[in-house]
Write a protein that binds this ligand. Structure first.
Ligand code: 13P
Length: 251
């Protein structure tokens, strides 16, 4: 058994208003199973402070879905690292494929975001993953390697303590189609080897790598039993307390 942290992270995307988030936390706290895994939940910005206050006595960490790369400035509608810190947040998801696809976030921009997050002592869940056409063209390994290299490979070795990777094949997100446990394991192993190539196997062996893309209670056990899959980043199935709890139990 490796010593890596197991993590189940919920990405709520643009779902749940304050009252809905509150209901979720009430039930979650009641039903939370005992687990060695870290439980992370990323609600919308408008629920962050309340979610943090509601869960602060419980083994649940509230995290953010995004942040801006500048420290402050005239960036209407944006949220800075320091603002996240001011409401208790210690970790942020960066590089989600929806941010890349719909908001034009490039590897260069994401590199700046990662650097800003770390400078502000925010930990990062960094998302990578290929689209269907890249998998079909058999360029998915190269693509994932580039995503890692372009955004993360100028970090110091010591920065990697604060990084979690989430492999989310775009073709599996919200589609009901999951990567098979073998497909996911193959890519997770490749990601770990790529990190080992740049930083050494001690660093690579300590990085938690989560799988995301239609994780459900029924497919979670087989995915999480793979040696390089250290948990999941869950969208749709994290919106219902019961299915989220079943996924937590699977890790
Ligand atoms: P789904 O679990 O809904 O496929 O979403 C995955 C995801 O994008 C998590 O960040």
């Amino acid at each position: 058994m490796n010593q890596r942290k197991k993590i189940i992270a919920a990405n709520w995307k643009m779902y749940k208003n304050l009252a809905e988030a509150n209901d979720f936390f009430t039930f979650l706290i009641e039903k939370l199973p005992k687990t060695k895994a870290e439980i992370l939940i990323a609600p919308s910005f408008t629920s962050l402070w309340h979610a943090f206050e509601t869960t602060r006595e419980h083994p649940v960490e509230i995290i953010a879905q995004n942040m801006h790369q500048e420290e402050k400035g005239a960036y209407t509608g944006e949220v800075s690292a320091a603002m996240l810190k001011s409401v208790g947040i210690q970790r942020v998801i960066l590089g989600h494929s929806e941010r890349r696809e719909y908001f034009g976030e490039t590897d260069t921009l994401l590199k700046a975001k990662v650097n800003t997050a770390l400078q502000n002592e925010l930990k990062v869940i960094f998302c990578i993953g290929e689209k269907l056409e890249q998998r079909k063209a058999n360029t998915h390994f190269e693509l994932v390697k580039n995503q890692l290299q372009n955004a993360l490979f100028e970090l110091n070795k010591s920065d990697w303590k604060h990084i979690v990777i989430a492999y989310e094949p775009v073709w599996a997100i919200g589609t009901g189609e999951t990567a098979s446990p073998q497909q996911a394991q193959e890519m997770h192993q490749f990601i770990r080897e790529t990190i080992a190539g740049a930083y050494g196997s001690d660093t690579a062996d300590a990085v938690s790598i989560l799988y995301g893309g239609s994780v459900k209670p029924d497919n979670a056990p087989a995915l999480f039993s793979q040696p390089d899959i250290d948990g999941g980043l869950v969208g749709g199935a994290s919106l219902e307390v019961d299915s989220f709890i079943d996924i937590i139990k699977a890790v």
